[in-house]
Design a protein around this ligand. Sequence first.
Ligand code: SF4
Length: 684
Amino acid sequence: MIRTTCAYCGVGCGIVATPTGERAATIAGDRDHPANRGGLCSKGTHLGETIGLEGRLLHPMIGRKRASWDKALDLVAHRFRDAVAQYGPDSVAFYVSGQLLTEDYYVVNKLMKGFIGSANIDTNSRLCMSSAVAGHIRAFGEDVVPASYDDLDAADLIVLVGSNTAWCHPIVYQRIRARCDAGAKLVVIDPRRTETAEGADLHLAIRPGSDVALMNGLLAWCRAAGALDTAFLDDSVAVPDGFFAALEDGGDLWSTARACDVPAADLRRFYEWFAATPRTVTMFSQGINQSLAGTDQVNAILNLHLATGRIGKPGAAPFSITGQPNAMGGREVGGLATTLAAHRGFDAADRAAVQRFWSSPTIASKPGLKAVDLFRAVGEGRIKALFVMATNPAVSMPDAARVREALATCPFVVVSDVMADTDTGAFAHVRLPAAAWGEKDGTVTNSERTVSRQRAFLPLPGEAKPDWWIVAQVARRMGWRSAFAYDRPADIWREHVRLSNYGNDGRRLFALPGQGGGGNAGYDDLAPFRWGGRPFADGRFPTPDGRARLVPVAQKRAAAALPAWPMTLNTGRYRDHWHSMTRTGLSPRLARHRAEPLVSIHPADAARLAVEDGGLARVSTPAGESVYRVAVDEGQRPGELFVPIHWTDANASGGRTGLLPRPLVDPVSGQPGFKATPAAIAPV
Ligand code: SF4
């Protein structure tokens, strides 16, 4: 019986795996894990069906030929070293993943930023929650999620914004339902009537992208109702001149209702509930983050909680819930191109501290290329060697057709993955077989900052190796032998813990408790723990003056409609699938929930456009087009379409959602705006 953590979403449920054969195990929820207390959703429950070797990459490959590890690693190190020598450190790049364990993430970030000397390492978490990171840093001074699942148990009002929690974070949703059964109210703010919205006391089906108007209107309402926490504002929050006066420019309740396209009576009810309920948790997800105004939308929520003092107390917090199992661990080690390591930035003091700690020959001098810019640089020939780990950008990046063209022209592409045939792997000069969930050891951090162990309970198949080992081997071959002389993930973990505390004057919240002992001592039996306690309970923030910041944000005017694309397209997940389905596609029971990609459309639009329920339709945008089966759905707002993200060239002929979003990003965070793409639909 092995205690580990689920492979999928950012809820981070504890799992008890009991091996029943060489490639078989029974899976149960871990009753002692604080995230799930024994519960599992359908994806976690059926993990046992996904641990076979079907489709696995089991040997290093150079082109289509099998190669030894030595030969493949020598080639990778040689090509990266040559590119750096000839074109400089910014000519190479890594694109990594929130699926990696913290130890993997730590080593690749150290190699790139501290030894190669460039910050051109970004992660698919850029696509998921980088707007939340940017918003936290603007408001709090550090990327800290000031909430925990326990806060849901204590809240009297739970507000879900841009989150189909019932499908995308099911165990958290169960916890919310339990709290609602005990009397808490649930408000869902989402353009679609999802399963989550159907369970709400109030559903505000707002116009996509009108979240800032809604939150600013609520803050103005709270001020008028005397619901601001003036003592907290005086002591703990820096308020820019004219901040509250600017809120009034948003107009009254009725003009906000018009801007958001919701009934004024519903909006008033929500505002009254919020103003009257100190114990409120506002949880937000991709509907907020994946927007061209994502960071402003995050700050509109944080402003609200700061100004009303709904932070740092039980049941009162803004709560960014992450998509991937280790998006948070990646943030902790600096997996984003815009942070260094251990929540440090690129100022001189932070750079010097990290370089001193690593005893490294160099350190990245500035933030690197964010995901969309990174692949643009690949397409423009500025990146001579690219290493992709545990992710599938040929499918998941916006404007995926351009990303494929870029990959096809890149002089040297390395992919480490567990699967043999991925859309991105088709462009690789070298493919390296990575260890999968159940085969490797390390740690992950979930949405509420709980760090848990993932533990191996299966043998490594073929010649597969953990990602940390692969990167360390490349680093050693590039000449940095002693700095990457890790024998086991525990060595990396302990170095990460030391760095999180190194030179910390106590102001930064990110500091991990020490784990004593050498070898695996203290690591093998590491129990789940949450770092940071209850952030901001003392009203102090990790800024130079100890105060949080209210950030003025204004609702952006809607872009002019494009006549050729009169509809608005939103994207998202299905309940029982994960990303590009390389794992969930192996489970017949999971496939039953949704067997194919559907485009959801309101009945009035379907009738007007002669699109039939169950028929095929072509969805097009300025970026591309793809064909879907039609699902007429009264839960859609008129004029809007919804498609799932999971289907790829490798698993379907249509439903290629990656082709549809434009490569446009939030100007602060660089997160792509997957939501609210101009679109058209026509029967096939
Ligand atoms: Fe896994 Fe997320 Fe389901 Fe928990 S809620 S079992 S972490 S997919």
